[in-house]
Design a protein around this ligand. Structure first.
Ligand code: SF4
Ligand code: SF4
Ligand code: SF4
Ligand code: FES
Length: 284
């Protein structure tokens, strides 16, 4: 089918969403909860667009592309709306650094600040070099928080093997929940609690081990914030290089992407999309 996005005539496959079609044609639409390996969820609302003949601002990640559709992705109204949506999301996130004019100098002179342990802003966050929220804030020209953000003071969870969890940074995008269900077929983690107390966790207060986690690390790999982290790799920042190899631990010989920093192997991830590695390949 044919449709028009930002004045460009594009074609879409049956079943494709407007977001998928736009990205495939190099038209960028801000998004956080959407991920190419996961089913659409429609939680963050950052991917709103204008579609002729449709009321309001539909989310492009949940709207199927249709014949003769006319879509606008980058109007002043949309940019304002996205900044407001991000501002609301950042009210429960340690987000002061996102709007601080001295951030670059601060990060230059305090490069080791993340070793402080708890993350009270980007300056103490080990995810800052690869953070999708931060990249999005920069793209949107996000410069102001309407009121000071709330810091929930949830304790850093470090008692599970291999992975740390800091729910103060979670934006409830649901990527971790979906990847565990859709790729591992496990549903180890889910949304627990209600209203403002909603968080990511395991049923009945189980630990990840008790809940049957395979420690594949897929949830860590798709998290757009610093909320889920590989306990070892997180200290090495953005890898300097990635090499493809095969795992040596069993006959399956899974394809792995090996990340290096300072000439050291710092992380191993599954190299084939939608095929998670096991705990040996990912963390051993
Ligand atoms: S998750 Fe991203 S936006 Fe949040 S503190 Fe860390 S680097 Fe900053
Ligand atoms: S490590 Fe794998 S199995 Fe465990 S919670 Fe994350 S996605 Fe699910
Ligand atoms: S832990 Fe990460 S992936 Fe999971 S909902 Fe929170 S921000 Fe999203
Ligand atoms: S990316 Fe569409 S609602 Fe989050």
């Amino acid at each position: 089918m044919k449709l028009t996005i930002d004045g460009k005539s594009v074609t879409a496959e049956e079943g494709q969403t407007v977001l998928e079609c736009a990205l495939e044609n190099d038209i960028s639409i801000p998004h956080l909860c959407a991920h190419p390996s996961l089913s659409p969820f429609g939680a963050c609302r950052l991917c709103v667009v204008e579609i002729e003949g449709m009321r309001g601002y539909p989310t492009s990640c949940t709207t199927p592309a249709a014949e003769a559709m006319v879509v606008r992705t980058d109007t002043e109204a949309l940019r304002d709306l996205r900044r407001n949506i991000l501002a609301l999301m950042m009210l429960e996130h340690p987000s002061a650094c996102l709007v601080c004019g001295r951030r670059d100098l601060c990060e230059q002179y305090r490069p080791e600040a993340e070793k402080a342990g708890s993350t009270t802003g980007c300056h103490t966050c080990n995810n800052k070099e690869v953070c999708e929220v931060r990249a999005l804030a920069e793209d949107l020209g996000f410069a102001e928080l309407p009121v000071p953000p709330i810091y929930h003071e949830r304790p850093l969870e470090r008692s599970e093997p291999f992975m740390d969890r800091d729910l103060n940074l979670c934006i409830l995008c649901g990527r971790c929940v979906r990847i565990c269900k859709e790729h591992q077929g496990r549903a180890v983690i889910d949304f627990v609690g209600r209203g403002s107390q909603t968080r990511i966790g395991q049923a009945f207060g189980y630990s990840l081990l008790e809940a049957g986690c395979q420690f594949c690390g897929s949830c860590v790999d798709v998290c757009p914030t610093g909320s889920l982290a590989d306990r070892y790799a997180k200290w090495h920042g953005r890898p300097e290089g990635v090499t493809e190899s095969t795992c040596i631990f069993c006959d399956e010989a899974c394809a792995l992407a090996l990340a290096t920093a300072n000439n050291k192997l710092v992380a191993a991830q599954a190299a084939i999309e939608n095929v998670p590695a096991c705990v040996l390949g990912r963390f051993a």
